[in-house]
Design a protein around this ligand. Structure first.
Ligand SMILES: [Zn+2]
Length: 382
């Protein structure tokens, strides 16, 4: 059987914008009379893109989850994980959703749908990505993703918040040993997600906007709030960083409201104009000794948007363009493979082979199942 997994992964590996161009490049003879596909990826023959598409469509994206952990373990073994920690040796895990597919023509059973004002129905896919980030680092190490998609037994459309809670339930236990702090935008700083984080054994540090947390901000008015500020000089620019914080306030209205700790960072320039302001809630106690580190950690979240999602969006659309949307899992599997490729900058070259082996096993199982289904149909019609 042709090496489907490696053929698919090699597309991500070389980050080819076009599968056809990639195939030609692979077929080109290298220096020793061997094709690039033989020397680079150890492939004997190149399967057609149709064949790859059909096989990958059978692969459940969750079956690739372990490979993210293998990549993480390799980074840990290489001693490259500790520079990525923050807040007293904890891992910062940023959760964020991104829409990586949208069409009013193509769809699959895992598509979410919405109706536009002009009546057009759009089909789309959103991925919840989890990545290890660190202040001062411009790379994010991906962990297994979760997909926003219609769930069995639920009438309601799935959403990012529910996907985040599924992610925590599925993976939180495994990452508990890193004493993780989960980062997320204002969508996450609601009681159900915060409780899910605590139940998984982690901590949270989520953006908390005044508009969406009216009760919490009422507690901040008319009282004295602890604060700290310092002048920061970067090149010729002078700025003032000011922090404010308050511990033990309710995240929402009601007797069962979760009690959280709040902090805010305001940056103003030499003229006194505010250039940045953001606030966060956390379960971690805040004081003058850690407020700056907490604010820096909270701000590290933007990396997942800039690093991971740029790759997913630009490369992801290319991949959909080349492989199509599939009838089962193709769209999500391609997105997962693409995300898996983001761990390459950490020097873990083995992830490609791991993905390939996994995809090959899945593909052969799919072939067996399909054969069995065909023979049952034949028996029944005989
Ligand atoms: Zn779909």
């Amino acid at each position: 059987m042709a090496d489907i997994g490696m053929a698919a992964f090699s597309v991500f590996f070389v980050q080819s914008p076009s599968f056809l161009a990639h195939q030609r490049q692979l077929c080109a003879r290298g220096g020793h009379g061997r094709s690039n596909c033989e020397t680079l990826f150890g492939m004997g023959s190149i399967p057609s893109d149709n064949h790859i598409r059909d096989m990958l469509d059978f692969v459940e994206p969750a079956s690739l989850d372990e490979l993210f952990d293998e990549a993480l373990a390799a980074v840990e073994r290489a001693g490259a994980l500790s520079p990525l920690t923050g807040l007293d040796g904890r891992l910062l895990i940023a959760l964020d959703g991104t829409e990586y597919f949208c069409s009013n023509k193509l769809s699959c059973p895992h598509c979410s749908t919405r109706q536009r004002a002009n009546g057009v129905i759009e089909h789309f896919h959103t991925m919840l990505a989890a990545s290890i980030v660190a202040p001062g680092h411009n790379r994010a190490l991906p962990l297994p993703p979760e997909f926003v998609r219609p769930q069995d037994g639920h009438d309601k459309q799935d959403c990012e918040s529910r996907a985040a809670r599924r992610w925590l339930l599925a993976h939180g236990e495994r990452y508990k040993r890193f004493d993780p702090v989960y980062l997320g935008d204002d969508l996450y700083s609601r009681q159900p997600v915060c409780e899910a984080v605590l139940a998984s054994g982690g901590h949270f540090l989520f953006v908390c906007k005044p508009d969406s947390h009216k009760t919490l901000y009422e507690y901040l008015t008319g009282v004295e709030i602890a604060s700290l500020s310092k002048g920061v000089k970067r090149g010729k620019q002078r700025a003032t960083h000011a922090w404010r914080w308050m511990n033990a306030i309710p995240i929402r209205d009601g007797d069962d409201a979760l009690i959280v700790n709040w902090l805010e960072l305001t940056i103003s320039n030499a003229k006194g104009e505010i250039t940045y302001r953001n606030s966060f809630v956390s379960d971690l106690p805040i004081d003058a000794s850690n407020v700056e580190a907490l604010a820096n950690a909270g701000r590290a979240r933007w990396k997942i948007e800039n690093e991971t999602f740029n790759v997913l969006k630009t490369k992801g659309y290319n991949l959909e363009h080349n492989f199509g949307h599939g009838k089962r899992n193709l769209s999500s599997t391609l997105a997962t493979l693409n995300l898996g490729n983001c761990s390459r900058p950490f020097g873990h070259a083995g992830i490609g082979r791991g993905f390939a082996a996994r995809v090959n096993r899945m593909a052969s199982r799919a072939r067996r199942e399909r054969r069995r289904a065909v023979s049952t149909t034949e028996r029944m019609s005989a």
